[in-house]
Design a protein around this ligand. Sequence first.
Ligand SMILES: NC(=O)c1ccc[n+]([C@@H]2O[C@H](COP(=O)([O-])OP(=O)(O)OC[C@H]3O[C@@H](n4cnc5c(N)ncnc54)[C@H](OP(=O)(O)O)[C@@H]3O)[C@@H](O)[C@H]2O)c1
Length: 262
Amino acid sequence: MRAGLLQTFFPVDLPYTLGWDVAGTVAEIGTGADGFAVGDRVIGRLDGGGAAAEYVRASVAVLVAVPDSVPLANAAALPVAGLTAWQAVFEHGNTAAGKRVLINGAGGGVGGFATQLAKYAGAEVIATASARSAETVLRQGADRVIDYTTGPVGAALDGPVDTLLNLVPLSPPDAAALVPLVRPGGRIVSIATPVEPPADAGVTAMHMVARNDVAQLAALVELVDAGAVTIDISQSRPLADLADIHRSSDAGRTRGKVVIIP
Ligand SMILES: NC(=O)c1ccc[n+]([C@@H]2O[C@H](COP(=O)([O-])OP(=O)(O)OC[C@H]3O[C@@H](n4cnc5c(N)ncnc54)[C@H](OP(=O)(O)O)[C@@H]3O)[C@@H](O)[C@H]2O)c1
């Protein structure tokens, strides 16, 4: 968004405050808004942006209460990545007990949640990650990690999977190389580069854009509160560091979720 690459999908008026994920306590309530009280701890996905700030204005329709047992700074990492993972794993990936799932890009923010949710669903989870994320991904429940930096993922995979979740931007040849990793009748869900299998592969593929869903966000908060899902915070930084965090992310130097504390 900062580079203007998403103007067609998310046109914005300048000046614009970045950030969709927010966590905080309710400071004031607008006329006619109900469901929350001043002091309530909440999180939400702000589709209009504005989250990278000390105060934000949000519709009550996008907010979810967070119990005292869940640290707000951790919960801030849930909305965008958690909802995207939820929809990829459950709605589009049809992940269930007994399924074999390959998560390509498990070391990222979405990947950490996707790994845990697929495992929670009872699937066998094979995850791609580099050495810096492998331990975290195994702790999150992956049955096996394939290091994508040491060779083609397919060469290390012992048989095809039912579902492949692609969570990373890829070159067209790298995207095409994922298709044979899925059994005929299986499916590919990509949140980044679309993967387009040839018709004779017998593989269903879809590209998804996650939507806001407070019921799913509330379910994620419950899973975190119950200890079934943990939040992989790799850095906690002040708001003044935002530009530096963006540069690090652009350069591929960040992993997991980065939380900003105003
Ligand atoms: N469609 C949607 O609705 C939607 C929603 C959210 C995000 N997205 C997009 O989805 C992608 C993932 O989002 P994110 O927030 O999870 O990103 P992220 O946290 O920035 O992901 C970074 C991680 O990607 C991993 N990675 C990089 N190249 C890889 C490769 N070739 N193979 C496997 N893993 C690789 C790295 O893992 P290691 O640490 O293991 O090296 C790194 O930690 C982004 O492109 C984002 O724009 C789409």
